[in-house]
Design a binder for this molecule. Structure first.
Ligand code: TRP
Ligand code: SF4
Length: 331
């Protein structure tokens, strides 16, 4: 790791299996960044606990599954540091110390706080852990002096909080211990869900990386198309059709062009258009699931990757904590 490299840090909560939107939107981006940047990618299992605190067994299961998906997608443990948040206890220590200087209103005004509480009204989220979610995220980021944090647009207020806390800490203790991280926006999702809305577990419109070809075929068959195209000989508008959005990602460019033209002049029907898409997606999935199965069968390899990542992350985190304990005169 040379000095000139940017430090990149990002995390994902292990709340379920990954879907195509994660792959195309987030992991492809992570994969590009690992080439030139000093990347730290971690499974945010404690963050998942803020909403799933009653039963963590799924979090445990999905943590390993998530690492397997990352590896199958091409995240390379030789290039990036892959680790699990709860493997590095310094995250909790820094979270606690930062909580001493964090005004409660700063947390209460983070938009995701109210929104998620309303969306998940079936769960009791009037807990400290849930209010402190973005502060734990702040600790994740500041612990590694991350220059940039690739996130979706909904996470920008969390990065803003991290910047404010970094400034406040440096001011109170009179030393520049933390640097202010920049958010790096993941480009807008290229893949909508099967119903045309944002792909999301809560909308039940996802194609999962772990889906079988039969499941995928069924999902594609029932996908929403251009709503104006009611009869077979109505001309369509591919730009408003989710199926076409998938073609742009999974089909070769000549084929995409052909579909665009034949949709517009109604020389192709939606049923056939979907068949072509399925064939092209199937290829991607066969390759992916072969890779995934191979990785998944070698548990020793996975735990050694996890151990190696933990060591690297731990060393970085401990170096930072020594500084923090010193300026706070805890030593
Ligand atoms: N809150 C993020 C999300 O829901 C996950 C996350 C936790 C994270 N800690 C992080 C992302 C630190 C970036 C940096 O997607
Ligand atoms: Fe969508 Fe294809 Fe039907 Fe056109 S032909 S509306 S692109 S599914």
């Amino acid at each position: 790791m040379s000095k000139g490299k940017r430090r990149v840090l990002s995390g994902m909560r292990p709340t379920g299996n990954l879907h195509l939107g994660h792959y195309i939107g987030v992991l492809e981006n992570w994969k590009k960044m690992q080439i030139n940047d000093d990347c730290f990618y971690f499974v945010a299992d404690w963050h998942a606990l803020t909403t799933e605190y009653q039963d963590a067994s799924n979090i445990r299961k999905y943590t390993d599954e998530m690492i397997i998906d990352w590896l199958a997608a091409g995240i390379d443990p030789e290039k990036a540091t892959i680790f699990v948040q709860s493997d590095v206890l310094q995250h909790s220590e820094l979270h606690l110390l930062l909580s001493m200087i964090t005004p409660i209103p700063w947390l209460e005004r983070v938009p995701s706080y109210k929104e998620t509480k309303e969306n998940l009204s079936n769960r009791d989220l009037s807990t400290y852990g849930f209010l402190g979610y973005p502060l734990l995220q702040t600790a994740d980021i500041l612990l590694y002096s991350a220059d940039v944090v690739p996130v979706g647009i909904d996470q920008v207020p969390h990065i803003e909080l991290a910047r404010e806390i970094a400034r406040r800490f440096n001011f109170i203790y009179g030393e520049t211990v933390f640097i202010e991280p920049q958010p790096l926006l993941t480009s807008t999702p290229k893949l909508p869900g099967t119903d045309g809305r944002k792909m999301s577990k809560s909308f039940d419109n996802c194609i999962y990386l772990a889906d079988s070809p039969e499941e995928i075929e069924k999902k594609i068959k029932t996908m929403v198309t251009d709503p104006q195209r009611v009869r077979r000989n109505d001309p369509g508008n591919p730009e408003v059709c989710p199926v076409y959005a998938y073609h742009k990602v999974f089909s070769k460019s000549e084929e995409v062009k052909k579909i665009e033209d034949s949709c517009k002049d109604a020389s192709i029907g939606c049923v056939d258009c979907k068949k072509i898409l399925f064939n092209n997606i199937e290829e991607f999935f066969v390759e992916y699931s072969e890779k995934r199965a191979k990785i998944s069968s070698d548990r020793e390899q996975i735990s050694s990757i996890r151990k190696k990542g933990k060591e690297r992350a731990y060393n970085e985190a401990e170096k930072m904590m020594e500084k923090v304990r010193n300026v706070m005169k805890l030593r």
